[in-house]
Design a protein around this ligand. Structure first.
Ligand code: NAD
Ligand code: DAU
Length: 339
């Protein structure tokens, strides 16, 4: 039997990077192709331990570059596509929405065309709970797979658009697919523009932590490795054409998250700095993962075990995130919060 070829887009980013490492180690009989354009969020140094492995390959390409993508699909004949590549940061989508449409919508459509033309076993589209909009602070309400799509930010609107294209290629052309919609991830290699790595890195450096508005917005946190196992399961066992929500019932206010990190690191809550709220700031996200649990998935981390592991990882890998918080990103950060 020939080896399976798995195309992972966005495998130099946070979740895609963790997924690539999980897959090359778990499935020596699969060839894992990491396709990434290496934008500001892409970083290959995280793969130094796997880059010599025989089942790992890197392809530099823009998913919106039709000719390059078609050539790669034609030559390599992928069995599975697991599509992570995206512009992923809500604040950047408020400042500059155009690139979100280009990468998340046009890029996804280019991949779908190539998958349709050259044939694949399955296209797994990694989406987000943000496509459902937000929930009130009523703890009995959750997003299910049939919650209407009501995205509020340019980021979530671009992700919802890409979800609908994936659905349309399935309904119109019979493209085999699954869509996953996950809650907020955290863990190793999380880019330090997002709340948890930003807080850990700034508290470790005794810098203030910007909390938007009153800090009472709620997110439902999932350790990135639990997200990887969910995608692995959906890729192999997901029913063709189905959507699966991914989340572990770990709702926390932003203030609770920031205070937990400050306490673990033994620093003062005086580091908290309330700043102007995000435009259109979604109040609460909360996932009902019943459908995925019925397929056989269970998360292994609680928020407490996951955040402790993550803080320890950032302590031990200061070199990685210090390199990232210099340069272009630092200028962007200062412009956003302290102008
Ligand atoms: P990330 O920003 O860390 O990584 C994105 C990766 O995509 C980077 O490596 C970047 O170089 C690459 N990329 C960007 N534009 C590209 C292009 N045109 N062509 C090829 N590669 C390109 O993102 P992440 O947080 O790892 O998120 C990955 C996916 O998961 C996204 O689709 C996101 O919408 C989704 N998601 C994220 C979360 C979360 O909490 N981070 C939760 C649910 C879903
Ligand atoms: O829900 C899944 C989504 O989670 C993913 O689709 C996105 O790609 C991912 O970026 C994430 O979006 P959020 O906007 O929820 O994540 P972020 O880390 O940017 O913000 C989390 C919460 O913390 C949010 O309520 C805004 C707040 N926040 C964020 C930053 C960066 C702050 O209060 N201060 C900050 O400095």
């Amino acid at each position: 039997m020939s080896r399976k070829k798995i195309l992972v887009t966005g495998g130099a980013g946070f979740i895609g990077g963790n997924f690539v490492q999980y897959m090359v180690k778990k499935y020596p009989a699969y060839d894992i192709y990491n396709l990434d354009f290496l934008t500001y969020a892409g970083d290959l140094t995280k793969h130094s331990e796997i880059e010599e492995l025989e089942n790992y390959y890197f392809l530099k390409a823009d998913i919106a570059d039709r000719d390059s993508i078609a050539t790669l699909f034609k030559e390599l004949k992928f069995d599975f596509v697991v599509h992570f590549a995206a512009e992923s940061h809500v604040d950047r989508s408020i400042t500059d929405p155009g690139i979100f449409v280009q990468t998340n919508v046009v890029g996804t459509q280019v991949l779908l065309d190539a998958a349709k033309q050259y044939g694949i076993t399955k296209f797994v589209h990694v989406s987000t709970d943000e496509v459902y909009g937000d929930l009130e602070f009523d703890p009995t309400t959750f997003f299910t797979e049939v919650t209407p799509l009501q995205p509020n930010s340019p980021y979530s609107a671009s992700k919802a658009s890409s979800d609908l294209l994936v659905r349309a290629y399935h309904e119109t052309f019979g493209l085999p697919m699954n869509i996953t919609r996950c809650s907020n991830n955290y863990g190793p290699y999380h880019f330090p523009e997002k709340l948890i790595p930003l807080t850990i890195s700034r508290v470790l450096n005794d810098q203030s932590v910007p909390v938007y508005g009153d800090g009472k917005n709620i997110r439902d946190w999932l350790h990135v490795l639990d997200h990887c196992s969910a995608i692995d399961l959906v890729m192999h066992e997901g029913v063709n054409g189905e959507v699966y929500n991914v989340g572990g019932h770990n709702e926390r206010t932003n203030l609770e998250v920031v205070k937990a990190i400050i306490e673990t690191l033994g620093k003062s809550e005086e580091l908290i700095e309330y700043v102007t709220d995000r435009l259109g700031h979604d109040k609460r996200y909360a996932i009902d993962p019943t459908k995925l649990e019925q397929l056989g998935w269970n998360p292994t981390y609680t928020f407490e075990t996951g955040i402790a592991q993550t803080i320890q990882w950032y302590i031990e890998n200061k070199e990685w995130w210090e390199k990232i918080i210099s340069g272009e990103y630092q200028t962007c950060f200062e412009k956003q919060y302290y102008k």
